[in-house]
Design a protein around this ligand. Structure first.
Ligand code: ADE
Length: 230
């Protein structure tokens, strides 16, 4: 997969992609991530990329021209499956959405800033608008990092154990069950006996029951959503 990220602040985004799983994914060529400085696409002498909103009001708006130039240049080089705009009023990022985006080959991610982008960008250039939650960040960069992390770890071969993404919370509509590692007892805090029994079917049944219980307690809305979609 190739990801092209358009941003005014590439330095905000670099370090999340230089460690751990994403770093490895880039090294083994499972993902190719490129950053594009929006200011480089300004035709203005002052490299201006924003302007006052028509009709007045507070805040600045990212102009359509540099964004269109950057996206067109990328699209002249290869076909893109999605041109995503990170915005708090977009579709909420969920595991099923991350799963479907992870199947794409080439995507563009546009990070907004200030009051947002000229609406014509959204109307004519963007295919997906995605929010990472009901709160407002200073810009789309952190949201883009979250989105890319959620997608890249799902690309086959990125996680060491292929099945480990399948056992993540939300993959089966449930939260993940609790997990433990050695020692069996620490300060008298014990690992549930079933997990050291060696009885795999019983362990699986315990995990399923715990996942359900955990979901009922913490996120009963997930269970309602499952039954609603049945
Ligand atoms: N930009 C600012 N806030 C955001 C959010 N919650 N999700 C996605 N992009 C954003």
């Amino acid at each position: 997969m190739r990801i092209d990220i358009i941003t005014l602040f590439p330095e905000l985004l670099q370090s999340p992609f230089e460690v751990s799983i994403i770093k490895r994914a880039r090294e083994n060529k499972s993902v190719d991530i490129h950053f594009h400085q929006l200011r480089d696409y300004s035709t203005n002498n002052y490299k201006q990329v924003d302007d006052y909103p028509y009709g007045g009001g507070a805040g600045m708006v990212l102009k359509v021209e540099p964004i269109e130039k950057c996206i067109s240049q990328l699209q002249s080089q290869r076909a893109y499956d999605a041109v995503i705009y990170m915005t708090p009023d977009g579709e909420q990022l969920t595991q099923p959405l991350a799963n479907s985006l992870s199947l794409f080959t080439n995507i563009i991610v546009l990070c907004g800033h200030y009051k947002g982008v000229d609406q014509r960008v959204r109307d004519h250039l963007i295919t997906h608008e995605i929010s990472i939650g009901d709160f407002v960040l200073s810009g789309g960069e952190m949201a883009a990092a979250v989105l890319c992390d959620a997608i890249v770890r799902l690309i086959p071969g990125v996680l060491g154990d292929e099945s480990s993404a399948l056992t993540d919370s939300f993959q089966d509509g449930l939260l993940a069950p609790p997990i433990y590692t050695r020692p069996e007892s620490y300060k008298g805090w014990k690992v549930p006996e079933i997990l050291t029994s060696g009885n795999t079917p019983k362990i699986e049944a315990w995990r399923e029951a715990m996942a359900l219980k955990h979901t009922q307690t913490r996120r009963p809305d997930l269970l309602d959503e499952n039954s609603a979609s049945e």
